[in-house]
Design a protein around this ligand. Structure first.
Ligand SMILES: [Zn+2]
Length: 300
């Protein structure tokens, strides 16, 4: 199952306590999953709408005591539709409520706005697996619906973008913080936890990568420094001979030639008595200065 389906499954099980919220969620489901056809609302059962349809039946049952799970089916051009219309007993009241009560609730109640956004997500929402990408969207039938959705989200300080895609208008967000806010508003708490975990996993992964890059850079730096030291020592050996160096410099020059890959600390450990890293560094700098003088004389 996709992450998106998991989130919808989670939302399927959260039934609002208050009637006003239930009416609002139902209004959103029918508005976003269905299409108005005269006096009825027509929903096409597809993989995308199946969760919405299930939630719709649950809400109809719990709010309006309508117990059927089969509405008038209309076979049209080999396509099956479920028609929610007033020929089903009690359905006229439902259609009336979602047309008149829901907009009123949406103007006044935050709880109902949340419920409405939840219904919209169940019907028209999509969210990427946060381990792969941060993306959440609502696919709206027209621009007006998209703008209404944007405004509802804005009431919770959530800013979204909208883009036209084929014949739809898509309201979307692409950053983890905003996705987190939306999941919170629609009460998708399990999904929210998963998003938070994914962010931690990604952060750890990134910092390991950063550390690795840093290690590589450091060892490249060490190799470069090591080969410059070798160049200096070889230059001195081949021009004036290592004997011209003071004893403490000569012994480290000989060790470097013998162990070109060793770190400064390792080289220092080979001396008797051992010399620390900064001591070795100091001696190698002196050798380098000596080599520079030879280069200057030679005119290199
Ligand atoms: Zn409410």
């Amino acid at each position: 199952m996709s992450f998106s389906t998991d989130v919808k499954e989670e939302l399927l099980n959260s039934i609002p306590h208050d009637r006003h919220c239930r009416v609002s969620e139902l209004a959103a489901i029918l508005a976003f999953a269905g299409k108005r056809e005269g006096g009825s609302i027509r929903v096409r059962p597809t993989t995308e709408t199946q969760t919405a349809i299930r939630k719709c039946f649950t809400l109809l049952n719990k709010t309006f005591n309508i117990n059927t799970d089969v509405f008038k089916k209309d076979i049209d051009k080999n396509k099956t539709y479920i028609d929610f219309d007033s020929s089903t007993p009690g359905m006229d009241k439902v259609l009336d409520s979602i047309a008149h009560e829901a907009p009123l609730y949406l103007l006044t109640n935050d709880c109902c706005k949340r419920a409405y956004l939840r219904g919209a997500f169940i019907s028209a929402g999509f969210i990427n697996d946060p381990l792969k990408a941060y993306h959440l969207e609502f696919v709206c039938m027209d621009k007006a619906m998209g703008e209404m959705l944007k405004e509802l989200l804005y009431d919770f300080d959530i800013e979204t973008k909208m883009v036209a895609r084929k014949k739809y208008y898509v309201v979307y967000v692409k950053d983890a913080d905003t996705i987190q806010d939306i999941l919170n508003v629609i009460d998708a708490h399990k999904a929210l936890m998963e998003l938070v975990n994914a962010r931690i996993v990604k952060d750890v992964r990134n910092s390991i990568n950063r550390q690795n890059n840093c290690l590589v850079a450091n060892s490249e730096k060490a190799v470069k420094a090591g080969s410059r030291q070798l160049d200096d020592i070889i230059l001195i050996r081949d021009t004036e001979g290592l004997e011209v160096l003071p004893k403490n410099l000569r012994e480290i020059a000989e060790l470097r030639l013998e162990y070109p890959g060793d770190s400064l600390a390792e080289l220092g450990g080979l001396l008797d008595p051992p010399v620390g890293k900064s001591g070795i560094n100091h001696r190698l700098r002196k050798i380098s200065e000596y080599a520079e003088r030879i280069r200057a004389v030679k005119g290199d």
